[in-house]
Design a protein around this ligand. Structure first.
Ligand code: KG4
Ligand code: ZN
Length: 340
């Protein structure tokens, strides 16, 4: 009889989404996410409010995940949770819950690096999902990070390049804010860009050598452009919204694709993946599909549910580490900054 794969309870609370998932091995049985709406009024995540929302959400979200998976707490074999990077107050809610659960049931605990989890999300649901083979390159693009990573194993990550200032997600969110769109603006820009002309307006392109990124120049160039146009025509944004979104998106996507091409050229690795919230962007996905076909890459785009923050991806890291006995002590500290 085959050995039964472990049931994993995974918890994610690094930013503004409270998420819990139940996995059997790498198969996701449930993946519950409670989004926090309180931040919309502030145009960005307010850390103190995020912690309070996590505190309210964590118990019902875990209970919901267990119920959907049809698994009782007694059946759980391992607990995995996000130990960082992220907002300290938010991380503490998930880590305290996970540690209490593990302690009460005398279960092994796995502290997970959130950025590794975005990458290893590619290995979830192996029956329906094709995963990259090692070594592969991963462009991780989220609200807080933009990194080009060489992945040699589930435990070996080398950052080849990262952003010097804003992350790609921030570039989307900050320009969306200038356009008067609510937080988080990335998905809205994506949606509106679909009806616009990506070549309508040209914005600054950074000149960062090698595999580094920069998005602050683009942000400033959009700001100055909008200020100038609005002086001449106060309705400029309203009248040009889809073209503005398409042009901003086009520039961000171009920057990302060019760096990924350079990384492939420098490493000779043609197994290429993307991860993180911005990997849901339809412009980026379309551009990469074209590039992969032209350049003969094997391209891996994560399913939408595993792009933005979710606990299933935390469970993937939990599974790999548990298998190798890489579990964590109860006194493991949460870390606002946590290198790959
Ligand atoms: O990975 P994630 O959920 O959280 C972090 O770990 O940061 O990423 C959130 C980021 C936000 O900046 C959000 O605007 C962006 O991902 N995002 C998108 C799209 N969906 C989410 N940006 C562009 N297009 C999208 N479709
Ligand atoms: Zn994330």
């Amino acid at each position: 009889m085959p050995i039964q794969e472990p049931y994993i309870l995974a918890i994610e609370s690094s930013c503004d989404d409270t998420s819990a998932a139940v996995l059997q091995g790498l198969n996701v049985l449930s993946n519950a996410v409670a989004n926090q709406k309180v931040h919309e009024a502030y145009g960005g995540v307010v850390p103190e409010l995020a912690s309070r929302e996590h505190q309210k959400n964590i118990v019902p979200v875990v209970n919901h995940a267990l119920k959907v998976a049809n698994i009782t707490p007694e059946q759980i074999d391992v607990v995995a949770y996000t130990a960082g990077p992220g907002l300290m107050g938010s991380l503490l809610v998930g880590s305290s819950y996970a540690k209490s659960f593990a302690l009460a049931r005398n279960l092994p605990l796995v502290a997970v690096n959130h950025m590794q989890a975005h990458i290893l999300a590619h290995f979830l649901d192996p029956a329906t999902n094709k995963h990259p083979s090692f070594p592969f390159l991963c462009l991780t693009v989220s609200g807080g990070h933009t990194q080009l990573v060489r992945v040699d194993s589930p435990f070996s990550f080398e950052v080849l390049g990262e952003t010097q200032d804003d992350a790609a997600g921030e570039a989307f969110d900050k320009t969306a804010k200038m356009l008067g769109l609510p937080y988080p603006g990335g998905p809205l820009v994506d949606q509106l860009a679909g009806q616009g002309n990506p070549k309508a307006f040209a914005f600054a392109k950074p000149r960062v050598p090698g595999l580094g990124f920069s998005f602050s120049g683009l942000k400033t160039s959009v700001l100055y452009f909008l200020e100038e146009q609005m002086r001449a025509n106060p309705q400029f944004i309203e009248n040009n919204m889809p073209d503005l979104c398409a042009s901003v998106q086009h520039q961000i996507v171009t920057i990302l694709v060019e760096k990924l091409m350079l990384a492939v050229e420098q490493t000779g690795i043609t197994e290429v993946a993307i991860a993180g919230g911005v990997s849901a962007n339809s412009g980026l996905r379309a551009a990469l599909n074209l590039t992969a076909e032209r350049e003969n890459w094997n391209l891996y785009l994560p399913p939408f549910a595993y792009c933005t923050d979710n606990a299933a991806m935390i469970g993937a890291v939990g599974f790999f580490r548990y298998l190798e006995g890489r579990t964590s002590a109860l006194d493991t500290a949460t870390r606002a900054r946590y290198a790959l």
